[in-house]
Design a protein around this ligand. Structure first.
Ligand SMILES: *Cc1c(COP(=O)(O)O)cnc(C)c1O
Length: 577
């Protein structure tokens, strides 16, 4: 449909995009969000094009040994099953080398047939030097030098490719996280080419670039933002580009977040609280909030597809209609849930032989094994946990998640969860599913009874897996951080761990004790009695999770907000018809 490439008004740049569960081109929530963004853009017929890297060897395949130690293996995936090569080539300069960049096209098709093309950049070409051929192999792999070179390919190579393909009417360039920020340099470079300049970059050129760019930041801590030492930046980018950076206010290290902030007309965090936190990190720039969402059709289990098709026939096209789930009968919701639960219980038993039981209250916790997410918080006091299960009814917990290959603490966390599994054997069934990916996320978020989330505030910028759960009527039991501050209504959409004004403010060890105690209290006094003794009320909470949270925390609403607040192209798109 949109092969008329001059149609695209928005170009979306992201280092990772979860396009298909069988393409390992994403690491976690950021990439899945990018995929859901594009899927909703296609549904809404937004004239968009997207750019990312091919990641020939994927993020990685996670193998877990008996003790729960993670081993990483490269992934071989059949690129041509998903993507089509295109003949266009561009080049980028890295150090004193010319690196040739090719691309593959993947098409995301929306509900009405509108397509958003995605270009996956690839440097594995015979004309490149052997090391440069590996530049688009590994997502978040290699050292700082590798990372910066990848970012040159994404930001500068990606921009040049769009030009080469004839995308000459793009009005907004959307940078999904700072990895794509060198796009700002590419835009500047092009504007400079048509001007002679002696005394640095004229301010009006920077303004002209800014008019075109939108930046979404995803990290609430300064250490999470990509930064490169001045000599490395100089080595990779060269004198000329570094002098432009200087004119853009960079005189020390290259901070991609700063570059994106400087180069964007609209900047946003990914939840209300994250917008506020980002504003305090970057006081010089107005920072908005657009809370993340999930693509409901992608994340609803087959049984919920059937349920919504029956009761909310418009839901695929119009995700606001999930609000009307408020009138779906209890037994229909419960039956759909039992079907989704059967799928995850079977998967767990097949993969881990954990002997899960469909009648037992099942908690789910799965996401990147980053330490701030505190995957082992529920095991803070295993005797208390075991006693709760003894008194309130049986409990089983399923985990999943990869640690970044260089994150030793994250790997240790996975190992510790395996130790707790042994320590609790015979009292609480615990399973750790290896190689957590979109396929498993779909089963897990949909099929457990309660979704557990225990980040250390304010580290969780948004979090999206609780939203995937809500789309399947699964309530959250979560610390009040990220999206849950907005999605939580006690006893209505789920339960909080701790209070709205966090009273767990001791230094981090103390906060774990405090949040763990709050978690046990909630489990013991509310969640378990509700599940085992007041099933009708539990199902009503499920229904409200769909109506209130599924109906709002989806990427269709999110894209509408980007259109209205960030892209501001609604009128133009309508005029162009
Ligand atoms: C949704 C998703 C995530 C994001 O989880 P959070 O709740 O944001 O931590 C991570 N990994 C995969 C595979 C996902 O599908």
């Amino acid at each position: 449909m949109t092969d008329r490439s001059d149609d695209a008004l928005v170009a979306y740049f992201s280092m990772e995009i979860g396009l298909d569960p069988n393409m390992p081109t994403y690491a976690g929530g950021l990439g899945v969000l990018a995929g859901d963004t594009i899927r909703s853009a296609a549904d809404l017929e937004i004239p968009m094009v997207a750019v990312t890297l091919l990641h020939r060897r994927g993020y990685f395949y996670q193998r877990l040994d008996e003790q729960g130690w993670q081993h990483e293996e490269p992934v071989a995936w059949p690129i041509t099953d998903f993507c089509k090569p295109i003949p266009q080539r561009v080049t980028v300069d890295i150090e004193s080398r010319t690196v040739h960049v090719a691309a593959w096209q993947f098409r995301v098709r929306g509900e009405s047939g509108h397509e958003v093309p995605v270009y996956l950049l690839d440097t594995d070409l015979p004309e490149n030097q052997p090391w440069d051929r590996t530049l688009t192999d590994q997502l978040y792999g290699g050292d700082e030098y590798y990372r910066l070179c990848q970012e040159v390919v994404l930001g500068i190579g990606g921009y040049r490719l769009l030009r080469e393909l004839g995308y000459n009417h793009v009005r907004r360039f959307h940078m999904n996280e700072g990895h794509a920020a060198l796009l700002v340099l590419a835009l500047l470079e092009e504007k400079l080419a048509s001007r002679s300049y002696e005394q640095g970059v004229p301010a009006d050129l920077i303004d002209a670039v800014r008019e075109q760019c939108v930046f979404t930041t995803h990290t609430p801590v300064p250490a999470g933002h990509d930064q490169f030492a001045p000599d490395l930046a100089h080595r990779v980018l060269g004198d000329r580009r570094c002098s432009w950076l200087k004119d853009c206010g960079h005189d020390q290290s290259l901070n991609l977040t700063q570059l994106a902030l400087r180069g964007s007309r609209f900047v946003n965090g990914v939840a209300m609280k994250h917008g506020e936190v980002s504003q305090s990190l970057f006081p010089g720039y107005p920072i908005h909030s657009i809370t993340n969402g999930v693509h409901a059709v992608t994340w609803a289990a087959p049984a919920f597809h059937a349920l919504y098709d029956r009761y909310l026939p418009d839901w695929r096209r119009d995700q606001l209609s999930l609000r009307y789930a408020i009138s779906i009968p209890s037994d229909a919701i419960w039956n759909a849930h039992q079907e989704a639960k059967r799928m995850i219980v079977e998967q767990v038993n097949r993969d881990t032989n954990a002997g899960f039981d469909r009648d037992v209250l099942t908690l789910g916790f799965a996401r990147r094994a980053a330490t701030y997410k505190r995957g082992a918080l529920i095991f803070h006091d295993i005797e208390r946990l075991a006693k709760i299960a003894e008194q309130q009814g049986p409990l089983q917990i399923v985990f999943g998640g990869k640690a970044h290959p260089r994150d030793q603490e994250g790997k240790h966390l996975i190992h510790r969860i395996h130790e707790f599994r042994e320590a609790l054997r015979g009292r609480i069934r615990i399973a750790y599913l290896p190689n957590y990916d979109m396929t498993l996320a779909k089963l897990l978020c949909a099929g457990v009874d309660v979704w557990l989330n225990t980040p250390l505030p304010p580290m969780e910028a948004s979090g999206t897996s609780g939203m995937k759960a809500a789309v399947n009527g699964v309530p959250s039991l979560s610390v009040l951080d990220g999206w849950w501050i907005e999605g939580h209504v006690e006893d209505v959409t789920g339960w909080s761990i701790g209070d709205r004004v966090d009273t767990c403010t001791e230094p981090s060890g103390g906060r774990d004790v405090c949040h763990a105690a709050a978690l046990y209290d909630k489990l013991e006094q509310k969640v378990m009695p509700c599940f085992y003794k007041d099933r009708e009320r539990f199902i009503h909470i499920m229904r409200q999770a769909i109506a209130l949270n599924g109906g709002f925390f989806n990427t269709q609403r999110m894209m509408a907000q980007y259109l209205h607040n960030a892209y501001r192209l609604v009128g133009e798109a309508i005029r162009r018809g």
